[in-house]
Design a protein around this ligand. Sequence first.
Ligand SMILES: [Zn+2]
Length: 114
Amino acid sequence: MICEACRQPLGEGQCPECRALASEMAANAEALEALRYEEMDPLQIRIPSRRPNYAWLAAAAVVLMAILLPRPWEKREPAPPPTLAVSEPLKIKMLTPDPTVVIYWLTDPKEEQR
Ligand SMILES: [Zn+2]
């Protein structure tokens, strides 16, 4: 790039902008040179073990068993009997061993509710 003030390559002219840029570049080079001898902490890399963690597997199994196994100390209330909402008579056909005998059982829902 050419400096607009002195028409020289940027940083190589004698104008204030070029001298400022040249001074900044020299300071950067000095800082980089100082970093060359900087001592850094050695890298510490931990490689995870390839063995499965059996403690975690055992803990997961215990939790699953606690969730899935029945608890005898907890009393379960019996489920309420199923209710049938029937508005029309219910007809139940019962077959008997004798093919000539068929039993029909008719229920009247209005009578059951009394
Ligand atoms: Zn210049």
